[in-house]
Design a protein around this ligand. Sequence first.
Ligand code: NAD
Length: 493
Amino acid sequence: MSAESSSAEYGLFIGGASLPSSRGDRRPVMDPATNRAIATTAVGGVDDARHAMEVADGAFRNSGWADDDGSRRARALGRLARLLEERAEAFAQLETTNMGKTLREAKGDIGYVVRTLDYVAGLADKIEGETIPVPGARLDYTLREPLGVTVHIAPWNYPLLLAIRSVAPALAAGNSVVLKPASLTPLTALKFAALTQEAGVPDGIFNVVVGPGGEVGETLVTDPRCRSVSFTGSGEVGQRIAELAARRIIPMTLELGGKSPVVVLPDADLDRAAKGIAFGIFGNAGQMCWAGSRLIVPDPIHEELVAKVAKIADGMKVGPGVESTSEMGPVVSKEQLERVVGFVEEARSAGATVVAGGQKIADPPLAEGNFLRPTVVTDVAPDHRVVREEVFGPVLSVLRYTSLDEAIRLANDTRYGLFAALWTRDLAQAHIVARQLEAGMVSINEPPTTFPQSPFGGYKESGIGFEQGRRVVEAYTRRKNVIVNLGSAKPKK
Ligand code: NAD
């Protein structure tokens, strides 16, 4: 069933070579469908992180990657996209066995990485400065320069996709990068590293250090050679990164958690909405930063819509991601499973009704893995923990409203602001409501949907800065203004 054999061994990837960690530490990497080891990786520490920064800095200064016109980088990124496309199946298998998501989802992720690489390749030779009219005989212009070594810290829910989402534009802009993947899911990033070499990315421009966040992550961010940090992960760690970045006055992009509302207006197409709502909370077993986890429904259609969503939840085939019939895989780890079930149990004891799912699947053959049923919880108060905190699992909480003002108030009643969805047939109304929702992204009659060309980022505690979109490459550059005094020469008439 597994794409990897448990003897597969991965090293750190530094300076174009696969290396053991300086302490010689290794750890097993698990398959969440079986809780068995599928491979081992080297586990880096402070010395390995410093070594990677030194190598990346050397490559930035000496490899020519930063100095060339962007078309060389564009070609390398394009080759990388083609190589990944050719091996998409193997990458998807590996993502599924390491993270748990279904093979269909993993193929979608890898396709997304290919499109991201193609998109930023198209931007690499279009990084332009400006000429600025100023008084007198002067020429004023700006240059866009790469930053140097950029650090990228990724979570486990979309392991390769979220790593490359920020790495690709940093490379396009001419930086060298050090990536720290999540310890639970480092395999596709390490496999991808080998492709960068094949694609002609100079050694030392792309480096991967696996290791504990508090040790490796913090060493990378505090290293004097680190010129920016792109972090995707929890709010708690995001705050720590922000403190560290502030001490060094370096730019940062933080893509953090969410508790996204899904507002259904009374005139919505309920069958379409129910499918979209289920996709938006049960996709990736609910382990999505922008999962639509708070359904906000008007009283008159509450019963009908909840019944439709619960029916979809009950009908979903839960199973190992590698099996083609599985519609939802396991959650990533035993700890995550316990955490998710804990939220549901707490809501139940506080008076909530669990209308679908709610427990771990304890029957063979799924008992060994981290499987639970898609879950729908009603009769929850807006101050329940299941409504306020990011569960990061397939758990939908349903809230009721009686007026549109109340719906918008409930939608915005959260410290997060990543995403919001709206279901209605009245598009004029939809545009007006979209402006009132405090979220970086709003989908109208769509589950959470994005493209490499669409800006992705959150309001409030969901983050700072953005990923994706045309301007993303500029975020990995700094602007220099050059002013030239042209002297007293007068233009000839
Ligand atoms: P996490 O914050 O625990 O870990 C993220 C990464 O940070 C990991 O690589 C981890 O090793 C590293 N890390 C941990 N402590 C660190 C420290 N002190 N210094 C530096 N690095 C450190 O998050 P997670 O559990 O891997 O991922 C789930 C979270 O990610 C959820 O909150 C989810 O909403 C969020 N997320 C956000 C987005 C987005 O685009 N907004 C996308 C996906 C996931």
